[in-house]
Design a protein around this ligand. Sequence first.
Ligand code: DC
Length: 235
Amino acid sequence: MNKETKLIITVDGYSSCGKSTFARAIADELGYIYIDSGAMYRAVTLFCLRRGLVAGGVADTGRIISVLPEIDITFRRDGEKGYSETLLNGEPVEREIRGREVSDNVSAVSTIAGVRVKLVELQRSMGKGGGIVMDGRDIGTVVFPGAELKIFMTATPEVRAKRRYLELVSKGLPADYEAVVRNISDRDRIDSTREASPLRRADDAVILDNSVMTPEEQMVWFRKLYEERANESRD
Ligand code: DC
């Protein structure tokens, strides 16, 4: 691994493991672009909710597939720090896609194979030049199986529920701890048992269990991994 090479770095794992915080920090450090693939599934879900094509965790697969050509997802970047806002057909939806209704329905929409085909294609085109960190569930297994550096994140369900709850509170969104626990365990089950691209660790992904790690400790861990890989490729 040449340090000048612009890599593709994948960060997969369970929901609310702190993937996006970690992936964004790596991207900042390396001067890479950060792409949140979950935001894309959330934006498609929001579109479907507004059209009444998904409700109560049940999706109308046939109709959702037929409206896919109407959906355009882009990111608007704030030049500094790689912060990005998700746009659904040009409309900023960052806040809305983090809300409970989307969270409760996103697994149903993201199990639809046609939805995944569309988004995987978009993700590949966004990452093709390298120099990106993309987080999600299937980035190291399906989207970029040849990525140079793959990380699989995990943390205990209790830690994840607490983080998600605090995140909602800090954003001023309605937060109910018991509902968060239910949503996380439902999503784990659906994400890892679905037929299309289930969540699983790529054989060559390195595990990062951050249950008891601070963001700073995770960066120390990452720098060490990155250096090791760089040294290996020089030997
Ligand atoms: O990372 P997140 O919690 O914002 O993702 C929202 C949902 O999107 C998650 O429940 C599963 C789905 N997802 C997916 O199926 N594949 C991805 N690469 C990213 C997210």
